[in-house]
Design a protein around this ligand. Structure first.
Ligand code: DGL
Length: 258
């Protein structure tokens, strides 16, 4: 297989990174994609950093063995804790990470209040703390650790009473207070966007970083001469560490959501 025809790999602790893949496929429809969900080891976001690095390293090996020409670490937690190490280990592989979209949120709402919903470990990591410090003069940036939230997506539970009561409880301190924006700092959360919007009320803008990641992927493929030159639509192949056909079916369903 020619270099440019090789797939772009996306990976995540589970199904969340499919929200990033969905955006990439729309913008770059001629690429072939593989998606590796590590659902058997999910969640990453409440595990010790060394464990997250080990798991991300193991998945990286798998997607490279599957022939990936570039890798999107479609997980804020794995990016925050493991992407530097992966780049050192694989200097010749274009590796694109994701990070909470704090910058666009603060730029759109200077002086405002910006909540960042993400996993506990992502918010505790050095990379996120630096990101927050960079913007702390420009707006009130408030981390909201959401342990337990990604599990709703892993179960395919994108709406309903249990989800709403989880969110109401998590966002209770903000009831009746002005929130200008909420950043979806975990790739699972775009699948819960409507439920989160309902819990926050109509005033808050909800942002994810998926357009930025897609633009960066495009740039990196282009500069390395790795864009697939075909006019044909590309393929998407799902893999998951959980050996259960239902998880692959849920993966395809999430990819096709509007
Ligand atoms: N989807 C992942 C992220 O973007 C994390 C979910 C988890 O494994 O805790 O951070």
């Amino acid at each position: 297989m020619k270099n440019a025809e090789r797939p772009v790999a996306f990976f995540d602790s589970g199904l969340g990174g499919i929200s990033v893949l969905r955006a990439a496929r729309r913008a770059l429809p001629h690429e072939n994609y593989i998606y590796y969900g590590d659902s058997a080891n999910a969640p990453y976001g409440t595990k010790p950093p060394a464990e997250i690095r080990r798991l991300a390293g193991a998945v990286m090996e798998k997607v490279l063995a599957l022939g990936a020409k570039a890798v999107v670490v479609a997980c804020n937690t794995a990016t925050g804790l493991a992407v530097d190490g992966l780049r050192q280990q694989y200097p010749d592989v274009p590796i694109i990470g994701v990070e909470p979209a704090v910058k666009p949120a603060v730029e759109a709402h200077p002086g405002g209040t910006v909540l960042v919903l993400a996993t506990p470990m992502c918010l505790q990591g050095q990379r996120f703390r630096e990101l927050m410090e960079r913007f702390s003069d420009a707006a009130e940036v408030v981390p909201v650790p959401c342990g337990g939230l990604m599990e709703f997506v892993e179960r395919g539970e994108l709406e309903g009473e249990d989800l709403q009561s989880y969110l109401q409880e998590k966002l209770a301190p903000w009831q009746g207070r002005r929130v200008d924006a909420a950043v979806l700092g975990c790739t699972h959360y775009p699948f819960l966007r409507e439920a989160i919007a309902e819990a926050l009320g109509p005033e808050a803008e909800i942002l994810d970083g998926n357009a930025g990641v897609t633009a960066q992927l495009h740039r990196r493929l282009k500069e390395q001469g790795l864009l697939n030159p075909t006019e044909q639509p590309g393929s998407v192949t799902f893999y998951n560490s959980l050996e259960d056909p239902a998880i692959l079916e849920l993966s395809r369903m999430l990819l096709e959501l509007p």
